[in-house]
Design a protein around this ligand. Sequence first.
Ligand SMILES: [Zn+2]
Length: 284
Amino acid sequence: MQKTRKTIRGLAAISLLMLLLSNHLTAGDEPAFRIGNIVAEQGSIASGYLEVPSGPDGTTSIPLTIVNGAKSGPVLAVFAGIHGSEYAPVMALQSFRSEIDPAHLSGVVIIVQVANLPSFLGRAIYYSPIDRKNPNSTFPGKLDGTMTERISYVLTNQVVERADYLVDIHAGEANEALVPYVAYSADAVDPAVAQKSEQMAIAFGFPIVKKLSGRPKDPAASASLSNTGVTRGKPTIGIESGQLGERDGESVSRIDRGIWRSVQKLDLLENAGNDRSGYAIGRC
Ligand SMILES: [Zn+2]
């Protein structure tokens, strides 16, 4: 008898657990979007720092914002600050962050505010001041590697792998004059990825679009952030806007406008209250 009561109590507990779980997954109760300790509930924005595992050369983190739309949809990841003295992209993402309203978003935008904080804080050009490595030669990164390799590992596994589309934003470094352009890779194993990347590149709205070729095809040796997306089957574009360590308004707003065009192109945007129709230039 005692054993029967225990069994009944056990079954009741399991039933209650299943009821709670089924309630939790009721239609309309969409799950939150989480990266590391940063959690954005449906229809909200969350910011924080994504921890990079420490190593003999120290520790760091990656400032990151998740904009989780009120409706589900694709995941777009935008990155600034892979290199240390490219300021226009960092400022453009701050502008975009202040403008985007998750209430009118269908999908998720992951904003990587400063991908390589040691280089940014060290005002470094091309190479990290910690390990003298160029981040765009270290992807997909190593968990037990040097600082730059560990940052690349975290970006690959916690951001790139979560995204459907990538926009990697750069500028000329503090010593580098550069005209703005958009680049995409024609080397994707899946031709549909190259085609979608080309459409994203054109939609970004810059006068110059470069078609790249000869990039590594091995996902385990992708080298750059952009190519890490391409080798994992995710349509990706690379942006250059800004130069010489400047923070001029046009270089910043040119990027901001392009990101708005991207979210419209990829069908992430609802219309009401977020009228960026002036940035729309057609659909895929
Ligand atoms: Zn760069």
